[in-house]
Every structure is written in structure tokens, then in C-alpha cells.
Design a binder for this molecule. Structure first.
Ligand code: KIV
Ligand code: NA
Length: 261
């Protein structure tokens, strides 16, 4: 049985594409870990998917810890990553405290939304032994600063800032970078510029891995789907394997799932 670690993902960079999905409970933690998908994210998207909110801003650290514990009980093979929710990485001290809670709940890595200003936070987590994925591009916790959910990096200033942040944050010790809703050519540039694996969602076909929200890819989302989602209907295990196979073969994302300019 596979046991995916950060070392597994590092070895795959440049060789094989890997796939990731979210999960929020033990049952789906089980099915994802039975499948060929290699990484589970306990995403703060649970604010929308489970709680019916219209953003992730209200999700608390306690809620993230609870769902991380649930998923960890069902997971037996995937790398398990949990989101640091809104405001919890606003200072180094808060980030360390939040990471302690999530790692002790069963996470093996934490994911933090932000930009280059996270350098001191990443340094401190790295020194404390906490693996970190930095989430750049469209960072949903910043929705009220962006003024909506919009593709990021269509202008030169944002492109330059994103590339610079990816470099600085990996230099500071980030183990993964996740890019959300950026033009495909920017994601390609970032992926080629840094040594750590890059995971994309709405970031084109050239990142090292892909991620989707579980309920979106299984066809359970009753609302309008984002352009980057592909639905894999059917029972969970077969659907997850079809998705993983599509990613591995380079069939997903297709041009219709991408922001090409
Ligand atoms: O919370 C989440 O599900 C996420 C992914 C969509 C990247 O952050
Ligand atoms: Na998230």
C-alpha cells in the first residue's frame, strides 16, 4: 500500500503528475486513501461545502481540528494536509499555535494562504518541524480584499509578485506551493522556477499536481461549478481513480478547464 509523504511528492516532480482532493470526514478519508489520489486536504472549503456559508472567512481553528481528526481516522495512506483558517497565521505566534493544534489533530502538513509577507511565518514553522504548503494566487480567505473570486495574475505586477513570493517562500522552507485560479502560463513559470512540487487548481496543466474539492468532482455540488472543475460521476472509489488516472495521463485539466490568458 502506498504511503505518500512529502518525499514521495518531491521525487515525482518533473517525472509524474499527482492528484489531490479535499475530504472532511472519516468515510471519505477512507475512500480517498483507497484510491490512487495521493494527497488529502482538509480544506476550509468545508465552510461552503459542509456549513453552507458563502465564504471561508467564518471557519474556526476548532472546526478545522475536528474535521482533521475525523479524516485522519479514515485515512491510511495519503499525505494529510489541513488548512490554517482565516487570521490564524496573521502573526508568527498565532501561526505556531494553529499549526500545533492541526498537527496534533493528525495533519502531516499545514496549508497557509497569503503572499510574500508570510516569510517570517514559514521560517518559524520550518524551525519548529511543521511542513507547510503556501497557497498563492486566488486565496479565498482574502475575498473581501479582492472584491470577489477573480482570476489572479492577469496583470504584470501580480505575475511578478506571485513568482517572487513562490521563490521567497520556498527559500524560507515551504515544502509545497498551491496556485489557485491563475493563468496557465504563470503557473508553468512558477512550477519551472522552484524545486518544490506545485499543486494547481484552475492553474492549467503544467503544475506538478492537481487538486479539486471532493464534492465538486463527485458531482455533489448543487451550485454553479467553476470553469476548472471536472465532474467524475459514479461511486467514490471509481470516480477518484478516474480523476487520478486523468491527471496522471495529462487528460485533466483540458483547455476548457483553464484560464489561458
Ligand atoms: O479549502 C480548499 O478546499 C482549498 C482547495 C480548493 C485548494 O483550499
Ligand atoms: Na482552503
Amino acid at each position: 500500500m502506498k504511503r505518500t509523504t512529502i518525499a514521495t511528492l518531491r521525487a515525482l516532480k518533473g517525472a509524474e503528475k499527482f492528484s489531490c482532493v479535499t475530504a472532511y470526514d472519516a468515510t471519505f478519508g477512507h475512500w480517498v486513501s483507497e484510491s490512487d489520489v495521493q494527497v488529502i486536504l482538509v480544506g476550509d472549503s468545508l465552510g461552503m461545502v459542509l456549513q453552507g456559508r458563502d465564504s471561508t472567512v467564518a471557519v474556526t481553528l476548532d472546526e478545522m481540528a475536528y474535521h482533521t481528526q475525523c479524516v485522519a481516522r479514515g485515512n491510511h495512506s495519503c499525505l494529510l494536509m489541513s488548512d490554517v483558517p482565516f487570521m490564524q497565521a496573521a502573526t508568527v505566534e498565532r501561526a505556531l499555535a494553529a499549526a500545533e493544534v492541526l498537527m496534533q489533530a493528525g495533519a502531516e502538513m499545514v496549508k497557509i494562504e497569503g503572499d510574500e509577507r508570510l516569510v517570517p511565518v514559514i521560517n518559524a514553522l520550518n524551525a519548529a518541524g511543521v511542513p507547510v504548503c503556501v497557497h498563492l494566487g486566488l486565496t479565498p480567505q482574502f475575498v473581501h480584499r479582492f472584491g470577489g473570486y477573480k482570476v489572479q495574475g492577469r496583470d504584470q505586477a501580480t505575475r511578478t509578485a506571485t513568482l517572487s513570493a513562490a521563490r521567497a517562500l520556498t527559500e524560507a522552507g515551504a515544502d509545497l506551493v498551491l496556485l489557485e485560479c491563475v493563468p496557465s502560463d504563470l503557473a508553468k513559470q512558477v512550477t519551472e522556477a522552484i524545486d518544490v512540487p506545485v499543486i494547481g487548481i484552475g492553474a492549467g496543466a503544467d503544475t506538478d499536481g492537481q487538486i479539486l474539492v471532493l464534492h465538486d468532482m463527485l458531482g455533489f455540488n448543487p451550485h454553479r461549478l467553476a470553469r476548472f472543475v471536472k465532474v467524475y460521476p459514479g461511486a467514490p472509489l471509481a470516480a477518484l481513480n478516474a480523476y487520478a488516472d486523468d491527471v496522471a495521463r495529462g487528460n485533466f485539466p483540458a483547455p476548457e478547464h483553464q484560464f489561458l490568458d
